[in-house]
Design a protein around this ligand. Structure first.
Ligand code: FAD
Ligand code: NAP
Length: 277
């Protein structure tokens, strides 16, 4: 027979306490494979717009299951916003996609990343090149005053398979254009600097094709009325997509004469993975 022991404070099973817990305040589902959510911001968290942090949930083994996530909200915001894929058999997002307001997630308050203004030399025109959830860091940078203080023109390209996958970005840019608080913070007319260039690859839309192909054949420059293309004297770029996408854009930018920079050595463009694999 199993020996029965009295339950004392030392032997009682305690409910696991979530380390670095933050509370979910809002969740919005955009498609079957995309959602965005907001969480409370730790009072001590300072970050630069464009950086990423590790977030997650407790795994079945009781240990934190964490993944890298770009912070989609700007550095001055009171809450933190994230824009996420739902990978149906993904260890984290198969669960994370079910969070509701009031739930808690883990957020390690150690922001890092290369998609920051500090990693670029001064220029006139800033390009944000995104595919899929690679839009997230630019959702932050598009609401960052420095973006408009440092550049005359901000071009955001977003390539997705289907039209519905563009919606988060489209609505965000629309809301930026109408945001009176941002206009007060950044300056009246700041949004006139934004040029939005969305494209799809697998569903009919006004502009079809991979941005890489549209850059190579000059379509982007024709569409935007940019006579001199991309030059190292005037243009700066930030890139966020799959490994293959990042690699192709890097080659294209290098052909235009731009060099890859880093926090420690600012140059003309910077790149970050939107996911691994
Ligand atoms: C620097 C960095 C920043 C990131 N920022 C974000 C972000 O802001 N939003 C976000 O959704 N993800 C982001 N990711 C990816 C994220 O870390 C996880 O991979 C993702 O949340 C899926 O986790 P998972 O455990 O469910 O599946 P995982 O085991 O991590 O991934 C399973 C597979 O799903 C695919 N996949 C994973 N993430 C994505 C994605 N975002 N888009 C398309 N396919 C994907 C890949 O093929 C991957 O091999 C980032 C990754 C890095 C390296
Ligand atoms: N999004 C979906 O509808 C969907 C559905 C089922 C499964 N998945 C899985 O989810 C993962 C991510 O899908 P995702 O659509 O978010 O990301 P993705 O496969 O990286 O594609 C996002 C966009 O980037 C384009 N792209 C990909 N590689 C490129 C490159 N080298 N150069 C230029 N453009 C490039 C794609 O064009 P192309 O269309 O030409 O590749 C697509 O328009 C994949 O593993 C996929 O198998 C996604």
């Amino acid at each position: 027979m199993t020996e029965m022991k009295p339950v004392t404070e030392a032997t009682a099973v305690k409910a696991p306490v979530l380390p670095d817990a933050q509370t979910v305040t809002d969740v919005k589902h955009w498609t079957d494979s995309l959602f965005s959510f907001k969480v409370s911001r730790p009072a001590s968290l300072r970050f630069r717009s464009g950086e990423f942090v590790m977030i997650g949930l407790l795994g079945d083994n009781g240990k934190p299951l964490l993944r890298a996530y770009s912070i989609a909200s700007p550095s001055w915001d009171e809450e933190l916003e994230f824009y996420s894929i739902k990978v149906q058999n993904g260890p984290l997002t198969s669960k994370l996609q079910h969070i509701q307001p009031g739930d808690q997630i883990i957020l390690r308050p150690k922001p890092v990343g290369t998609l920051v203004h500090d990693a670029l030399l001064p220029g006139k025109r800033l390009w944000f090149f995104a595919t899929g959830t690679g839009f997230a860091p630019f959702a932050s940078l598009l609401r960052e005053p420095q973006t408009y203080e440092d550049y005359d023109e901000v071009i955001i390209t977003h390539t997705c398979r289907e039209v519905a996958e563009l919606e988060y970005g489209r609505q965000l840019i629309e809301s930026i254009r109408q945001d009176e608080l941002l206009a007060e913070l950044i300056g009246e007319g700041f949004a006139d600097k934004i040029r939005y260039y969305p494209t799809t690859t697998r569903e009919e839309s006004p502009k079809m094709g991979r941005i890489t192909d549209l850059l190579k054949d000059g379509t982007v420059f024709n569409d935007l009325g940019i006579a001199d293309g991309i030059t190292p004297e005037t243009d700066r770029a930030m890139v966020c997509g799959s490994l293959a996408f990042n690699h192709e854009i890097k080659e294209i930018l290098e052909e235009f004469g731009l060099r890859e920079g880093a926090n420690s050595e600012p140059k003309e463009f910077v790149v970050e993975k939107a996911f691994v694999g």
